[in-house]
Design a protein around this ligand. Structure first.
Ligand SMILES: Nc1nc2c(c(=O)[nH]1)N[C@H]1C(S)=C(S)[C@@H](COP(=O)(O)OP(=O)(O)OC[C@H]3O[C@@H](n4cnc5c(=O)[nH]c(N)nc54)[C@H](O)[C@@H]3O)O[C@H]1N2
Ligand SMILES: Nc1nc2c(c(=O)[nH]1)N[C@H]1C(S)=C(S)[C@@H](COP(=O)(O)OP(=O)(O)OC[C@H]3O[C@@H](n4cnc5c(=O)[nH]c(N)nc54)[C@H](O)[C@@H]3O)O[C@H]1N2
Ligand code: SF4
Ligand SMILES: [Mo]
Length: 717
């Protein structure tokens, strides 16, 4: 049987189907082979104009989640507390009714802010969340909104808003045409790229090198990416701001700055970076001053260069200043909006152009306990625990988590787990019983990736090439299952009705949630005018809309269509950088700086229940330089005790000279605790949670958690 492009496969289907993997930002097109209704093979789709046949080990395991017997398929209600808790299945209508009742009762008794939300990573990969989950959250009208953004890319948004006028105007490296790719704190060989949708990064890098290009990586670990780069330099965790500002200093001092005509305040910038010398950068980072100078000169001399920084740059003490400085390097060298530099993609549905996402706002309100400013309507998730545990007006008493595992993914996770137990009510929209959802009263499990339609509203806008693709669901939705968008619609209708909304408002809510995501995408494509749903249905492998093109200053969202190089909000943080430069962490003798890491086969905390991705050499070890082990009389392979201000874990240590002396590394997303009815295989995967060590008090100025560069001590267990 040939390729079907429309309907979900019928029972017992044998043949091939085009699908998409949206486990990560690379959004690879895949081809699934089915025999008798069962997926027997998954490979990359050669015809896909973006991913061009690429697929990683996780893509191959895409169907494992679909078939996983531990995956939840019906709503669950918790009966009993803690270790004695058991779980009972519920009917959907009963479950939605119960959740709406408890949320509405909380709002009635304590006000809208008593409901807290944590919406996390897989949501940006779910069309139904974006079309229906976001408006559902809006109907709750709470200011206690949290997400994984503040343990991830928050500084990117803050800087984009300040420089370009909109939080989503993120210039993307033109990877396929650049000659000099400067990478700080990113490991695309493992992560497959982030805020740079670049499937098949390995081949794109080979091509870059083949055309004589250079990739320079700055990272405290000699990562998989560093190993295939033309050059790698160690930098001390948290010191990048000093290096980047020194590069800006060199550009200006040596007359190498050639910014476009639409920028302001170059003179002010020159004054601000005057004292950020390469010598000072060397002291903070360990990178020799001459190397800093050389990098700045070479970056300016390259006719197509792109500077790029990701997790290691955002989730540290100076994430915002570092991301600002990355933009400054690109702008000052004329590489913003230049082919081979960094450009704004032109997605077929442009959520900025359409006004579907606001430009951003900052400090319109603050978190109740610590007074941390919101950004774009969200508070830093590092403040969630205290908002639950601190009594008073506005205390969070009920939580809604949506596709998130904050117990493993946010700083001080162990303490957060305890706080969740103190809630009046918690609901988790999630497909697994795990470290977080076990604290819920009700779990609502929607359908999974292969059962739902997909159009990528987010990652086409961050991709190294303009393409569009609509992928219909491969498998039909079982009769007793619900899509996430149906869950959000069902909850929104019930909550508004229960809170006594009038008929008119209730009808408005009903109308708002009635259309399916696919219908909404069809309408948005028509408005965009770049392609149509009809064209995408005809070409399920995706439509090529061409390479990135210069579009500035027209697309700037600033009032005057100009770029202010020195926004006050960013400038205000420079003194903190100056102070830190002269007192490089760690302060205490014998302390080491803890950083995170990702592996090809992991997907944050939630793909450990598949045997396919967890076999082989254990990946959870603490990595430590042999010299640091020797200094402490520790043996390679032994169990060590790692302690930080907030907690301690015991874990095996591996001696590797791939980490800088003075630095240790643990992956995140490990430390599974739920066996029994939970993720049975994951519970056998060894390892500890790095976020039992990370500190909710260590924040960037944006409120982003400084997950990297955490001072720890390591001793025999
Ligand atoms: N296989 C896999 N792929 C993934 C994920 C996954 O869990 N597994 N997660 C996805 C998600 S949610 C995201 S956000 C992306 C992240 O994508 P990336 O940012 O590319 O991935 P990381 O591995 O977090 O890379 C961060 C790097 O920063 C380095 N680093 C740490 N501290 C510092 C510092 O102070 N300075 C500098 N210069 N470097 C530092 C670390 O050593 C690490 O190499 O990956 C996505 N892709
Ligand atoms: N120390 C340290 N901490 C980190 C990081 C780090 O590098 N170091 N990385 C940070 C980053 S970049 C991120 S993005 C966060 C991720 O943080 P989170 O998003 O909180 O964590 P995940 O592990 O992605 O958990 C995803 C949850 O969604 C559920 N899920 C999976 N698919 C679906 C679905 O289709 N629908 C629904 N409803 N649920 C689903 C899973 O069962 C799981 O409970 O972690 C952050 N935490
Ligand atoms: S790189 Fe792997 S996980 Fe990411 S989208 Fe492609 S196949 Fe899926
Ligand atoms: Mo992330």
């Amino acid at each position: 049987m040939g390729l079907l492009t429309e309907d979900p496969v019928p029972p017992g289907f044998t043949g091939t189907r085009i699908g998409v993997c949206h486990l990560c930002e690379a959004i690879c097109g895949v081809e699934l082979s089915l025999e008798d209704g069962v997926v027997t093979g998954i490979k990359g789709n050669d015809a896909d104009p973006l991913s061009r046949g690429y697929i990683c080990p996780k893509g191959v395991s895409l169907a494992d989640v679909y078939t996983d017997p531990d995956r939840l398929r019906r709503p669950l209600r918790r009966v009993g507390e803690g270790a004695d808790a058991t779980w009972e299945e519920m009917e959907w209508d009963e479950a939605l009714g119960l959740v709406a009742e408890r949320l509405a009762a909380t709002v009635e008794a304590h006000g809208a802010n008593a409901v807290g939300i944590y919406a996390a990573n897989p949501n940006v990969h779910s069309l139904g969340f974006l079309t229906h989950g976001v408006p559902f959250i809006k109907t709750l009208r709470t200011r206690n909104k949290f997400s994984a953004t503040s343990v991830d890319q928050l500084p990117h948004h803050l800087v984009a808003w300040q420089l370009y006028g909109h939080q989503l105007l993120l210039p993307i490296p033109d990877l396929d045409r650049t000659h000099f790719f400067l990478v700080l704190g990113a490991n695309p060989m493992a992560s497959n790229g982030s805020l740079m949708t670049a499937p098949d990064f390995p081949r794109r890098l080979r091509d870059l090198k083949a055309r004589g290009g250079r990739m320079v990586v700055l990272d405290p670990r000699r990562t998989e990416t560093a190993k295939v780069a033309t050059e790698h330099h160690f930098v001390r965790p948290g010191s990048d701001a000093a290096v980047l500002l020194a590069m800006v200093h060199v550009l200006i001092e040596e007359g190498l700055a050639t910014p476009p005509a639409y920028v302001d305040h170059l003179d002010e910038l020159a004054a601000l970076v005057a004292d950020f010398t390469p010598e000072r950068a060397e002291k903070a980072s360990g990178l020799p001053a001459e190397t800093v100078r050389g990098l700045a000169r070479d970056f300016a001399a390259a006719d197509r260069a792109a500077a790029y920084g990701r997790m290691g740059l955002s989730t540290q003490g100076f994430g915002t200043v570092s991301q600002w400085a990355v933009q400054l390097l690109n702008v000052l060298t004329g590489n913003l909006d230049r082919e081979g530099g960094v450009l704004l993609p032109e997605p077929a549905i442009d959520v900025v152009e359409r006004g579907l996402v606001g430009p951003g706002h900052h400090d319109v309100w603050r978190s109740r306990v610590r007074g941390l400013p919101e950004f774009g309507g969200e508070l830093p998730v590092a403040a969630l625990r205290e908002e639950i545990e601190t009594p008073g007006d506005g205390q969070v008493r009920a939580m809604v988590t949506i596709a998130g595992n904050p117990v493993l993914s946010t700083p001080g996770g162990a303490d957060l787990a305890r706080a969740l137990d103190g809630l009046d009510f918690m609901v988790a929209v999630d497909i697994y019983l795990n470290e977080t959802t076990r604290h819920a009263d009700v779990i609502l499990p929607p359908t999974t990736a292969l059962e739902r339609d997909h159009y990528d509203l987010i990652f086409h806008a961050f991709a190294v090439r303009n393409t569009a693709r609509f992928t219909p669901a491969v498998f039909p939705r079982p009769g007793d299952a619900r899509h996430d968008w149906e869950v959000f619609g069902g909850l929104a209708e019930r909550v508004t009705a229960r809170l006594g909304a009038g008929l008119k408002d209730r009808l408005a809510v009903k109308a708002r949630f009635a259309a399916s995501p696919a219908t909404m995408i069809a309408g948005l494509l028509k408005l965009g005018g770049r392609t149509t749903m009809r064209a995408l249905r005809k070409q399920p492998e995706g439509v090529d809309l061409g390479p990135l093109r210069p579009t500035l200053p027209a697309r700037l969202q600033t009032k005057d269509k100009r770029i202010d190089l020195t926004p006050a909000l960013l400038v205000a943080d420079l003194d903190r950088v100056r102070a830190a430069l002269d007192t490089v962490e760690p302060a205490g003798a014998g302390e080491l700086l803890l950083i995170g890491r990702r592996h090809k086969q992991d997907c944050n905390s939630w793909l450990h229940n598949t045997e396919r991705l967890t076999r082989g050499k254990p990946r959870h070890h603490l990595l430590m330089h042999p010299k640091d082990l020797a200094d402490r009389g520790l043996d390679d392979g032994s169990v060590v005790r790692v302690s930080s201000r907030v907690g301690a874990v015991e874990v095996e240590v591996s001696a590797v000279d791939d980490v800088m002396p003075g630095v240790v590394s643990l992956p995140h997303g490990y430390g599974h605790q739920v066996g029994g009815t939970g993720m049975r295989h994951a519970a056998t995967v060894a390892g500890v949670s790095i976020n039992d060590l990370t500190d909710p008090e260590r924040l960037d100025v944006s409120g982003n958690a400084a997950l990297n560069g955490v001072p720890v001590t390591v001793e025999p267990a």
